[in-house]
Design a protein around this ligand. Structure first.
Ligand code: ZN
Length: 120
C-alpha cells in the first residue's frame, strides 16, 4: 500500500477499519463468569465502545457519531468501529482483557465518562 496513493483518495470506512485491526487497536473486555463482552476501538481522541453480537447484528451498538446519525438514520449499515470489530473477530486479531463481572459497571462508567468528556 503506497501512502501517496491513499493521500489522493478519501480513506474509506473499510480501509479505516482494516487499519485499526492491523494496528491492534481492537480490545475485547471479557467478563467472567457471565461471558459478557464489551469491545473498544482505540481512536485518535478517545476510545469507542462497541457492543457486538455476531448472532444478531441488529443488537450491535457503537458510541460514535457515525453510528448515531448514519447507522441509526439508515444511510450506512455499520460504522467503521463495528466493521473493525467484525474484521478483528474474523481475522482473530485483537487483545483480550478479562475482568470479573463485579467490574462491569465501573468499567462501563469509565468508558462512557471518557466518551462524554469528548462530546462538546
Ligand atoms: Zn462507531
Amino acid at each position: 500500500m503506497a501512502k501517496k496513493y491513499q493521500r489522493k483518495h478519501r480513506v474509506t470506512r473499510t480501509q479505516k477499519a482494516q487499519n485499526s485491526v492491523d494496528e491492534l487497536a481492537i480490545k475485547r473486555h471479557q467478563f467472567e463468569p457471565s461471558g459478557r463482552e464489551i469491545w473498544t476501538v482505540v481512536g485518535a481522541d478517545c476510545d469507542f465502545m462497541v457492543e457486538y453480537d455476531p448472532s444478531n447484528s441488529s443488537q450491535s451498538f457503537c458510541s460514535c457519531d457515525d453510528y448515531h446519525f448514519r447507522v441509526l438514520g439508515g444511510s450506512i449499515p455499520e460504522c467503521y468501529h463495528l466493521m473493525a470489530v467484525r474484521k478483528a473477530r474474523e481475522q482473530n486479531k485483537f487483545s483480550t482483557i478479562v475482568f470479573s463481572d463485579d467490574e462491569y459497571e465501573g468499567l462501563l462508567r469509565g468508558l462512557l465518562g471518557d466518551i462524554f468528556s469528548h462530546i462538546s
